[in-house]
Write a protein that binds this ligand. Structure first.
Ligand SMILES: [Zn+2]
Length: 79
């Protein structure tokens, strides 16, 4: 028996990449706050997106994903 390729209509590989291995934030405000903090600490552009799998929010460095909507970008503030 093999593992299923889909769960709840979504590819398992997509769920693993976009949800399962990421920190989940309960709402957009919390995700934005963490995005700002991580952007300032890392210097990377950080985007946030609502997750259709867990109904939470996640952070990503990738602005282009066909399954996610980029909801914000945080420019690091100069020190
Ligand atoms: Zn998720």
């Amino acid at each position: 028996m093999t593992a299923p390729l889909r769960q709840h209509g979504r590819l398992v590989a997509t769920i693993e990449r976009s949800c399962a291995h990421k920190n989940r934030y309960p709402d957009e405000v919390t995700a934005r706050a963490m995005g700002i903090t991580q952007s300032e600490m890392s210097g990377y552009k950080i985007f946030i997106y609502p997750c259709v799998t867990c109904r939470g929010w996640h952070l990503t460095k990738s602005p282009s994903s066909d399954k996610t909507r980029v909801a914000g970008y945080f420019k690091p503030t100069p020190r």
